[in-house]
Design a binder for this molecule. Structure first.
Ligand code: CUA
Length: 345
């Protein structure tokens, strides 16, 4: 039988719990500090994430000061007014106008102090984009993110490439249900209600690789709907755009990749995926430069031949609910498709 901490006496058990709970909470907090947390909101890397982080820190320290004052008064009350004579009745108090005024006015003052920087930050982060901002359409799908650059004629999935130091206007929408776009290092979450266009205007501060995660429950594979912002220096970003605008690689006649293209065009793949000059499907990610992506399946797997085999053989087995069906492809066709897709640099 399991031993009950504190023994069978309920009073002792409560006492044991009262002592154990803060220790457990502290241990959990310290454990959280020690883990690596790439999706932290405490390391802002944009003009959108910066102001909210500053407000968070201000409110945190004000709250810490209030906590110290309240805890000190509480401790004082516990010690000074503790029960001395168990038989005596405490002084009976009913109504105290001064106290009631104080605990009405004090929170109002605190909220006013919080409101000033908050309202300022709201205006600062909701300003309309500059005319020369880079426009990116962010489209949520079950369960992957599409990024279209209408002025550049480029389209990607999962990896959102951005130039450092340039203002970007993200126009967020969805083709199915409500998703929520969130790259913690670049700023707050924003929902994508179907039929509505939401916006984030952001200037990434420095090059880096910032992971993100869909932040609104959107169905079976919500937890598998990942993305990342890849922020490059301006010249690197231009080079990336040039590579993305280039036509897809042409497989050599008779090569495994050529067999893969043949398999691609004769299967259902063409109905859902675009490869420039090969197919025009719109339901799934554009695969024109598939091999330049670091991950597949909405960010679930690294883009390697082994993972691609696993994915092509049974997508819903990898990503529950995946809209890409299991086409029951024979091994030879899967190998040819992997050769073709891996050639699309
Ligand atoms: Cu998309 Cu959760």
């Amino acid at each position: 039988m399991l031993a009950v901490p504190g023994g069978p006496d309920p009073k002792r058990r409560r006492l044991w719990l009262a002592h154990a709970a803060p220790v457990v909470a502290l241990a959990a907090t310290l454990a959280g500090c020690g883990l690596s947390s790439p999706q932290t909101t405490l390391d802002p890397r944009s003009d959108f994430a910066g102001p909210s982080h500053r407000i968070f820190l201000q409110i945190f320290w004000w709250d810490a000061a209030i906590f110290v004052v309240v805890a000190a008064i509480l401790l004082l009350a516990i010690v000074r007014f503790r029960e001395r004579d168990p038989a005596a009745l405490p002084r009976q108090v009913r109504g105290n106008a001064r106290l009631e005024l104080a605990w009405t006015i004090a929170p109002a003052v605190i909220l006013t102090f919080i409101a000033f920087p908050t309202v300022g930050a709201i205006f600062q982060t909701q300003a309309p984009p500059a005319p020369d901002a880079l426009k990116v359409r962010v489209i949520g799908h079950q369960w992957w993110w599409e990024f279209r650059y209408p002025d550049l004629g480029v389209s990607t999935a999962t990896d959102l490439y951005l130039p450092a130091g340039q203002q970007v206007a993200l126009e967020l929408s969805s083709t199915d249900v409500i998703h929520s776009f969130w790259v913690p290092a670049l700023g707050g979450k924003r929902d994508t209600p179907p039929g509505q266009l939401n916006r984030i205007v952001v200037t990434p501060a420095a090059p880096g690789d910032y992971p993100g995660q869909c932040a609104e429950f959107c169905g079976a594979s919500h937890a598998n709907m990942r993305h990342r912002a890849v922020v490059l220096s301006a010249p690197e970003f231009q080079a990336w755009v040039a590579r993305q605008k280039a036509p897809p690689a042409e497989p050599a006649d008779g090569s495994p990749a050529a067999q893969g293209r043949q398999a691609f065009t004769t299967h259902a793949c063409v109905g859902c995926h675009t490869i420039q000059g090969v197919s025009g499907g719109q339901l799934g990610p554009d695969l024109t430069h598939f091999a330049s992506r670091r991950t597949i399946a909405g960010g679930m797997l690294l883009n390697s031949p082994e993972n691609l085999v696993r994915w092509l053989k049974n997508p819903p087995d990898v990503k529950p609910g995946s809209l890409m069906p299991n086409l029951n492809l024979p091994d030879a066709q899967v190998a040819a498709l992997v050769a073709y897709l891996s050639s699309l640099k």
